[in-house]
Each structure stands twice: as structure tokens, then as C-alpha cells.
Design a protein around this ligand. Structure first.
Ligand code: MLT
Length: 410
């Protein structure tokens, strides 16, 4: 009989967001009349903007004509999209188009980039964190079993993001080989300031670590002292891989298009020799990744046209206003809440003495509002729930009203 990867057994039986979904479905099965309001998973709710849709359609039309159709695409993505990203996102930051790798979702890259590194690498993961960072390393076998007592996987360095530090992670006092950072952060909504990011880059330069920098929500940054890209920090091209997505910035959660930047002077040790990672990721993508469909890459490139920029900016500003509305609404009810300024997520403290799963359940069962319990993002997420602000304004308003109605009962 074939043997399964034994590390699979260390994972919880459901992926965290599936678990939330199952609980919402169970409530609906019990109470079919319930109208659930989804402020849980961060999925966009507004359709593609007209200019992007038109690029998607014309890209698809090209596929139906012998003279313009496209077969296998380049595994690194079409040059037209890499160039568009370069000029739209990284002008003057010292990045070149062949350092950009187009992919089908930041989630996949964040899960797979660890394949480049040795199994005995010491991994640092912020807590709370997007569950993919940890789960991918658990599956790869870089952790020991889950410890109920410590409420974490042994073998991983946990970097707490706490209220007293404004949820900004502080570099650990030991060497980690690989560190996952997410800014603006999912779930806390906190964005790293230039000074904090400088500290991380200095740490990585000093310890010869590599930072996996998840910038999936960079488009939401409004604070002037928070850089959009880690490459704004000098020295970062020697230590950081940046992973970004069009999902939340341009409405691509259903289309799947993202990119990772692997600078050529990013190096790690291979058999004792300093070696550039870039060629190995290229090698890996050539073998494992089949490219993002041509019409989707056309659609993504249209984001960088003047019309695309205007539409996407307008859309983002609506989501940003919604995030503030949610933040202010929760605060006005007396909740202590964070985020919502540089991110679409609001990180809300649970009522006193209520843990995050209990609060999630009370919101679900009494208010029919779906949130995400902070504990699911890690031990330091205990005492919080995360609300997402992507729902339509009337849903957000109704959600806040329903929460207000149950506040007195909590
Ligand atoms: C979230 O809700 O955290 C995200 O939308 C999930 C994801 O991007 O995979």
C-alpha cells in the first residue's frame, strides 16, 4: 500500500476558512430562514470594471482566431504584463521585468516558495498570520506536531504581533532562515512603517535571512509612512521576495492572477556556496507551473492603462471607505477595534472574558453575521475577531445594526 506524506496528519482536518464556511452552512441548515451576512472571508463583491472586462473579452476573442490565438504561455508570464507591472509598480526601485514571475494567486506562491529552502530551515511566522504560511510548512515537514499545551506547532519560531506593539512584529533575538511578513497585515490590518520595515531588512541582512513579504493588500495603504513595497527599503533586494496579487486590488479573486518578485541578487547557501535563488524558482516554475491564461494576463495588464488605473482607484476608494465605515461603526458601539485604515480588515476585540470562537459563534447564531475568529490565525489572535469590509454598504450597515442589537446581551 502506498504511504501518505506523514506530515498531513499534523494539519487540522479543515482548512481554517473552510471551517468557517462549514459552520455558516450548518447554521443555515438548522435555520433555513436565517439571512447570513458575510463579513468573514475577504472576498471581493464588486464585478470587474468595464475597461478590465473589455480587455478580458478581447483577449478571449483573440483565442478564437487562428492568427491571434495563444497556446502554452511562458511560465514566467507574458512580457507585456511583466513590463506593465514593472512600470506601474516598481519604477525606480531597481527591479527588472525578468525578476517578476506571474502566478495564479498569491496564496499559491506563499505556499510554494518554501520549496526552494532546505527542510531544516528555521522558519519564523508572525502570530496571528494568514494560515497558509504555517500550513505549507507543516505539510512540507518543517514542524513537529501541534502542541495543545503551547497552542502552536513546535519547531517554528513564532513572532507575536500584539496590541502593545500596535500589532507590528519585532525581529526575534535568534536567527531565522526564512520569515513570513505580511503588510498590510491579514488579519490585524496593521501596516509596517518605513522604520519598522528598515529594522526587518537590517535583521535579514545581519542574519542572512530571507523575508517572504506578502503584499497582497498593499493597494489599501493610506498612511504616508508605510511603504507599499519592501523594495523601497535600501538593501531589501538582497533579502526579500515580494508577493502581490490583483485579487483585492483589482477584483481578481475569481480570475486568479498575481506575481512574485525574486531579485537576482537574492542569495542563499547551496552546498556551502552562495547561490542566487532566481534561476531555481524559474526552473521550478518551468517544470511545475503552466502559466496564467492569456486573456487573464491581458486583463491584468489593462489595470495599468490610464482607464484601468482610474477605474481601479475608484473601486479601491469605495472599499477603503467601507473599511472605515466598519471600523467607526464598531468603535461607536464601544468595541476596541483596529485596522481598517491601511487594510480592508478590521480587527475587533471581543467583549470582556469572551474568547474569539465564542464571540464568533454568538455573532453567527444571534446576529447571523459571519466573522472570522482571531484564534484561527494563531494563539495571539485570541481575544479578537476579524471583520472584512468587502460586502456591499447596505450589508455592512445591516451587519453593524444587528451587532448593535445583540451588544447588550454579550
Ligand atoms: C482572507 O479572508 O483572509 C482571504 O481572503 C483568504 C485568501 O485570500 O485566501
Amino acid at each position: 500500500m502506498a504511504n501518505l506524506n506523514p506530515h498531513l496528519d499534523k494539519l487540522s482536518s479543515y482548512y481554517f476558512f473552510q471551517d468557517i464556511d462549514q459552520r455558516a452552512k450548518a447554521l443555515k441548515a438548522k435555520d433555513p430562514q436565517a439571512i447570513l451576512l458575510n463579513l468573514g472571508i475577504g472576498d471581493i463583491t464588486k464585478p470587474l470594471t468595464p475597461h478590465l472586462l473589455s480587455a478580458l473579452c478581447s483577449g478571449s476573442q483573440e483565442m478564437g482566431d487562428k492568427n491571434t490565438f495563444h497556446g502554452y504561455g511562458p511560465s514566467q508570464g507574458y512580457p507585456f504584463l511583466r513590463e506593465a507591472i514593472l512600470y506601474g509598480e516598481y519604477k525606480d526601485l531597481g527591479i527588472s521585468a525578468d525578476e517578476i514571475f506571474i502566478s495564479s494567486g498569491a496564496k499559491g506562491d506563499l505556499a510554494q516558495l518554501q520549496e526552494l529552502f532546505a527542510l531544516d530551515s528555521r522558519i519564523g511566522v508572525t502570530d496571528p498570520a494568514y494560515p497558509v504560511f504555517l500550513d505549507a510548512n507543516v505539510m512540507a515537514g518543517r514542524t513537529l506536531h501541534w502542541s495543545e499545551e503551547e497552542e502552536r506547532y513546535r519547531g517554528i519560531v513564532t513572532i507575536p504581533c500584539l496590541e502593545e506593539n500596535r500589532f507590528l512584529p519585532v525581529p526575534p533575538d535568534m536567527t531565522c532562515d526564512l520569515i513570513y511578513l505580511c503588510s498590510p497585515n491579514n488579519p490585524t490590518g496593521a501596516a509596517l512603517t518605513r522604520q519598522k520595515l528598515r529594522e526587518w531588512v537590517d535583521y535579514a541582512l545581519q542574519h542572512r535571512s530571507i523575508l517572504l513579504y506578502d503584499g497582497a493588500y498593499e493597494a489599501y495603504i493610506t498612511s504616508p509612512d508605510c511603504p507599499r513595497s519592501i523594495y523601497e527599503i535600501e538593501g531589501s533586494r538582497e533579502v526579500a521576495i515580494e508577493i502581490r496579487s490583483f485579487s483585492k486590488s483589482a477584483g481578481f479573486t475569481g480570475l486568479r492572477c498575481s506575481y512574485s518578485v525574486i531579485p537576482k541578487n537574492l542569495r542563499a547557501s547551496l552546498n556551502g556556496q552562495e547561490t542566487a535563488l532566481h534561476a531555481y524558482w524559474k526552473r521550478r516554475q518551468d517544470m511545475k507551473f503552466g502559466s496564467v491564461p492569456y486573456p487573464i494576463q491581458k486583463c491584468a495588464a489593462a489595470i495599468y492603462s490610464p482607464e484601468g488605473q482610474a477605474e481601479v482607484k475608484e473601486r479601491l476608494s469605495i472599499y477603503q471607505q467601507q473599511a472605515r465605515f466598519l471600523l467607526d461603526g464598531l468603535k461607536s458601539m464601544g468595541f476596541t477595534a483596529y485596522g481598517g485604515i491601511d487594510a480592508p480588515y478590521v480587527w475587533c476585540k471581543t467583549p470582556e472574558k469572551m474568547n474569539s470562537w465564542d464571540f464568533f459563534t454568538r455573532l453567527l447564531e444571534q446576529a447571523h453575521v459571519i466573522s472570522v475568529p482571531g484564534k484561527g490565525f494563531g494563539k495571539s489572535g485570541e481575544g479578537y475577531v476579524r471583520f472584512s469590509s468587502f460586502a456591499d454598504p447596505q450589508i455592512l450597515a445591516e451587519g453593524l445594526l444587528r451587532i448593535k442589537q445583540i451588544v447588550g446581551t454579550l
